[in-house]
Every structure is written in C-alpha cells, then in structure tokens.
Ligand binder design. Structure first.
Ligand SMILES: Cc1ncc(COP(=O)(O)O)c(C=O)c1O
Length: 416
C-alpha cells in the first residue's frame, strides 16, 4: 500500500512526521452508502445511527452526518458532542448504563430516543415525565440468550427472566412512560465464565467478531416475539426496533441483513416499525490506517525477530485483543518475509501490536497498520507518549484533523 486515494504516503510522512492516522473520506462514504443500501433494499423504514464511541473525531463525524446518519451516543458527553455538531435531538439515540438526570431531561425535551438500561433510570425518567406533565416515549434495552456463554449480560432488561415484560407493565400502569422502542445490541466482547481460579475479567474477555449471522436471526426473532407479546397484553405498537451494531465489514453484510429483516417482517406483519441500526466498526474500521516507523531491530536469543516501531498500545489499544494487520509501506508483497514481532515504543513489556510476516526491516522503514479506525482513536491515551496527528484525505486534498499532542495540550499548568 503506497498510496491512499491517490495520495502517496511517503509525501505525508515528510509533512506530518510519524506516527499518524490517515482517514479516507472516500472509504467512509462508500461504507455508509453500502451499509444503508444493503438494509434499505430489503426493508422500507431504515435509520442508521453511527455509534460514536467507535471513533468520534469531529472531522470523521462531520463526514458521517453529511450523509444524513443519526448519532448513537452512550453518555451525556457524547450527546453534547452530537449537538455541538448540530445533530438535532430527534436524530440521536441515547444509550448507555449511566445517563445523568439533567442529561435525560435535556435529551427528552430535545426529542432524542432514550433507551433505558435499568430500573433506577426508569425511575428518573418517570420523575421527569411527571414534572413535564405528560407521557413520554422511550425505548428499553433488552438482553437475551443468543447462544453466547455470557451470563449475566450487564446491559438492559432480561427477556427470559421476565424482567423486560415487568418493566413494560410498570410503564403501562404508571402512564408516565410509553415504551416505543425495543433495543438490543449483541456485544462483540464477551466475558467467559470464571474457571477454577478467580481470574480477573480482562483475562476472560474474548473477542467474537465477526459474529455469526445466526445470532442476529435469533435476536430478531426474540425481539419480534416480545413486541407481539407487548401488543397482545397492553395494546402497544412499537415505533422502533433497534438492533444495535456489531456488523461485519460492509462487503459481508448480506446474511446479516436477511437475519435481521426476515424475522421482523414476519413478526410485525403489516405494521412495520422503523428499524434502527447502530454500526460502528463496519463504517470506520477500514477507512483509517496508521503509518508508523521502525526505530530499532531486535534479534532474540531464541531466534525470534522483533522490531520496535513508534506506535504503541496507547494509541492502538485493540492490540490487547487482536494482533494488528501490518504491511511494509513500499516493499512489494512478493518480498521474502519472516515472522516478526512488532513492539511499540512504550517502556512496557506488553506493548506488542502484532506478529506479522514482514520483509527484512531496518530503522527508518515505514509500516502501515491497516484497518484501525474502530476503538483505537477513541480509547487511546497519553500513556508515556502523546497521541499522534490524524490527517484526512478528501477529494485528493489532505487536511489535518488533529495535530500531534504537545505537553501543553495534555497538562494544565498554572494553578495546579
Ligand atoms: C449499544 C451499542 N451500539 C452499537 C455499538 C457499535 O458496535 P460495532 O462497532 O461493533 O458495530 C456498540 C459497541 O459496543 C454498542 O455498545
């Protein structure tokens, strides 16, 4: 990979130093178009709400919202960011397990769809509705068994235990909240049950991505059945069904579209709800790459080869779950390759970003860490090194979305 959308990466290194993230506006737009079309071809009422936490660089969000995509936010902080980017309240889905009272109040007044996570949040919403003197529409997040061994799922109200239907009953009886949406999100990181030893969650976390489309079919079937139960028991029709995110790369969407749409069309018969989808990774993952430079080569006593590069786990935290895809910037694919451990620059044994087949390397060689747009920039930290520049390629122009952080950007001197 020597160029991105017609711009030579070597030239970018001369201008921006190393490391830096490169965003392709073209790939972002193509992903959005393909994602939306894949669902819209099979279902008449589709709304795509991009999951902010996946990557909320404002330059990226602006491109996404220009394509009339809603915002899916998981905190008041993300909600305010969406509003600062002039996303209307009615185009925001507000999720997450902790929303402050004043944030809920503001979002309700501005017409956002709030998906409640737990009973205490329902109680706050009831108080607000009572003060407003009207019944307000909300959604509830549910969780259900789709064959993943993760119990309990910490988000939402459980279907099998009857928790979910109990909450609907409470809302119907109190007449303060009207359930208008059922929300589910099949998580990509699961925590395996504890084994004999009392291991910490981090040691039990397993990444399941891409997930099987069967899980989506099972979830969509259960959501449709739950909606039917609510209609029969309480005469309530869902305005929205929100199936969350977790979708694979847009080239592999077809079985997922069928798995979600078929049970909903069948279950809801003529009265179809608006289908909300909350993709994150599928939109940004392959639209962003990281350019890094080799700063040293190591030969270990056991014969293994390692290199140190100038980008570590502080800016690529997903390396803890999965090795990154790494390529040499200029050497041809056909070059003789050797397995190489790629270490970051942090003074930390676990700063390893991948193990890849790479050609012979020397200090100064440039590598491309591919498809790193999801969950890296938003989770990155200034641990030992600052966060790097982010540049955008759009219509063959290059623009800096964020410059490399300096000490003054990170630390507040003066009164402290
Ligand atoms: C509620 C919710 N929706 C959507 C997403 C986006 O998931 P993905 O990036 O896997 O599409 C997440 C991510 O964890 C989420 O928690």
């Amino acid at each position: 990979m020597t160029n991105i959308d017609g711009i030579y990466i070597d030239k970018l290194v001369e201008l921006h130093g190393s490391p830096f993230f490169v965003v392709s506006a073209r790939t972002l737009r193509e992903n959005i178009k393909t994602f939306r079309e894949a669902f819209s071809k099979k279902y008449p009422k589709v709304k795509v709400a991009y999951s902010y936490k996946t990557n909320y660089i404002s330059g990226v969000l602006k491109i996404i919202h220009k394509e009339e995509i809603w915002a899916e936010v998981a905190s008041g902080f993300e909600y305010d960011l969406a509003r600062a980017l002039e996303v209307q309240g009615e185009s925001v889905v507000f999720n997450g397990p902790y929303k402050k009272r004043e944030e809920l109040e503001k979002a309700l007044k501005e017409g956002a769809l709030i998906n409640a996570d737990h009973l205490d949040e329902i109680k706050l919403l009831e108080e607000i509705a009572s003060e407003l003197g009207r019944t307000v529409d909300i959604g509830i997040r549910i969780n259900t068994d789709v064959g993943i061994h993760q119990l309990p799922d910490r988000f939402g109200f459980n279907l099998e235990s009857g928790d979910a239907i109990q909450i609907v009953r409470r809302c119907v009886e109190k007449k303060l909240l009207r359930i208008a949406a059922i929300h589910i999100h099949l998580t990509s990181y699961i925590i395996e049950p504890e084994s004999v030893e009392n291991t910490t969650p981090a040691k039990r976390i397993k990444l399941i991505w891409p997930k099987s489309s069967d899980m989506y079919r099972m979830a969509a079937n259960k959501v449709a059945r739950f909606a039917e139960e609510i209609r029969e028991k309480f005469g309530l029709n869902m305005k929205y069904v929100d199936v969350g995110g977790g979708f694979p790369n847009v080239d592999f969407l077809t079985p997922y579209v069928e798995a979600v749409v078929e049970p909903i069309v069948k279950g809801f018969k003529g009265d179809l709800p608006i289908l909300i989808l909350e993709p994150g990774r599928a939109i940004v993952s392959n639209a962003i790459h990281l350019i890094t430079t080799v700063v040293g080569v190591k030969e270990f006593p056991n014969g293994e080869r390692g290199v140190i590069v100038d980008a570590g786990v502080n800016i690529l935290p997903t390396s803890f779950w999965r090795w990154q895809e790494i390529e040499h910037l200029t050497k041809p694919e056909s070059s003789l390759k050797e397995e190489t451990i790629v270490y970051g620059p942090l003074c930390l044994q676990t700063d390893i970003i991948g193990k890849a087949m790479l050609p012979e390397l020397g200090a100064g060689d440039k590598l491309v860490i591919k498809n790193v747009g999801a969950y890296n920039i938003s989770q990155s930290s200034t641990f030992i090194f600052p966060r790097p520049a982010i540049v955008l390629i759009e219509d063959e122009q290059v623009r800096v979305l964020r410059r490399v952080e300096a000490v003054d950007d990170v630390f507040l001197f003066g009164n402290f």
